[in-house]
Write a protein that binds this ligand. Structure first.
Ligand code: SF4
Length: 402
């Protein structure tokens, strides 16, 4: 084993760690030391002691999914009575509510629904941009893009080009899980996108001029070496393209999933975040995942390499389905940032500072729980869906019944 103090000295001198050094730190460095190293890097990159956050809304346009990842408690199979697709008018209402809270973006992700062709996404994006020209669409993680390549028989570049033409602004880094195919096969998410396919979507997005984020969901079946392999693959792509704005990691949420198991502890989260800051020396921003870790660990993250508190979210469906239901509105996020000794600033997806907290300038309603995609029991089917040909047997049967 390499000497921990020697590797720590290398990190302090601003040098890059290799895989063996990263593993030695991750497995053997005291948690306080890992935190110090990560905090020093954060301070070098962000000496102004500003911690940012974004006001946007996390909207899941459908929960119907053919991928069936075994760690996911959110999806419903095709034909399920609990499956939904949001109507364009429902999405417009969500945008109106987001704007009332000072938000300017949707994080739009959903299941791989065989009855939503590329044209549905194009019409949605086009109509959002026609109604709200300045509003941003941070939409469709790489596996959703891969799903659309299969539905449309277009290339990755072809799908991205079509989506950019109708208003796609940036791509969220979801669906990465662990970018190692051995792990993806066990999680039943290899078919939705291999590690190379996920990275390739990001490569094409960056080439098309889009910025994207990168994520990592750990704490299920992967080894520590595989977590680091994931980070090194991201670091390599960032060296190549430079298009990632931020890295976000969170622990697997096991409740109500087929895979089951236990959730990683808070210390494991902080250690993983800190090693992320050390390995990903070419990423400017690391988000704290308070939505899975809770506000208190989210706040502690600011001492373990994070310089951003993520999003106020407004709505959340995926993590809630797996048992976590934390909520922080803008007032609470700012309180946590300031209490940790930082100045809080609003940002956009490009991490450009937009200004001070909105609630200092105008009255905004308090938000004490996150909204859901739909009210419970609402099984309505959007009127516009009939404009798109049904592909699944279940949807064809539903339509023939009228
Ligand atoms: S994680 Fe995404 S792709 Fe996988 S089953 Fe859930 S909704 Fe589908």
């Amino acid at each position: 084993m390499q000497d921990i103090e020697q590797i720590a000295g290398k990190v302090r001198a601003g040098a890059r760690v290799n895989r063996a050094e990263a593993l030695a730190l991750y497995q053997h460095a005291p948690t306080a030391l890992l935190g110090q190293l990560a905090d020093e890097i954060r301070a070098r990159k962000h000496p102004e002691r500003v911690v940012t956050y974004i006001i946007d809304r996390n909207v899941n346009y459908t929960n119907v999914c053919v991928a069936r990842c075994n760690f996911c408690a959110f999806y419903r199979p095709v034909g399920s009575g609990e499956g939904y697709v949001l109507g364009f008018d429902e999405i417009f209402r969500k945008i109106d509510e987001t704007m009332a809270l000072g938000g300017g973006q949707l994080l739009l992700q959903g299941g791989h629904n065989p009855d939503l062709p590329l044209e549905w996404y194009e019409d949605l994006f086009r109509s959002v941009k026609a109604r709200y020209p300045e509003f941003k669409l941070h939409a469709l993680s790489p596996p959703e893009v891969i799903h659309l390549t299969r539905m449309s028989r277009l290339s990755i570049g072809g799908v991205i080009e079509r989506l950019v033409a109708v208003g796609l602004d940036s791509i969220p880094g979801g669906g990465a899980e662990i970018l190692v195919d051995r792990v993806r096969k066990i999680l039943n998410c290899y078919n939705k996108a291999t590690a190379d396919e996920w990275l390739d979507v990001m490569r094409h997005a960056h080439r098309a001029g889009l910025r994207t984020t990168a994520t990592m969901m750990y704490g299920h079946v992967e080894t520590p070496e595989e977590r680091l392999e994931h980070m090194f693959r991201l670091r390599d792509l960032q060296d190549e393209m430079g298009g990632f704005t931020a890295f976000i990691t969170w622990s697997y949420q096991p409740e109500h999933t087929e895979l089951g198991g236990f959730e990683a502890t808070g210390v494991e989260y902080l250690r993983t975040l800190a090693i992320g800051r050390i390995v990903l020396d070419n990423f400017d921003n690391l988000q704290a995942s308070w939505v899975t870790q809770g506000g208190k660990v989210g706040q502690l993250s600011l001492g373990y390499g994070a310089n951003d508190m993520g999003s106020v979210m407004i709505e959340e469906n995926v993590v809630r389905a797996a048992g976590a239901a934390y909520c922080m509105d803008e007032i609470e996020i700012v309180r946590n940032i300031e209490n940790a000794g930082f100045t809080a600033k609003r940002r956009n997806m490009h991490y450009e500072i937009l200004g001070d907290p909105v609630f200092l300038e105008k009255d905004v309603p308090r938000m004490l729980s996150l909204a859901t995609a739909r009210a419970e029991g609402d099984a309505s089917v959007p009127a516009e869906l009939v404009q798109y040909p049904a592909r699944s047997r279940a949807e064809k049967a539903r339509r023939s019944r009228g």
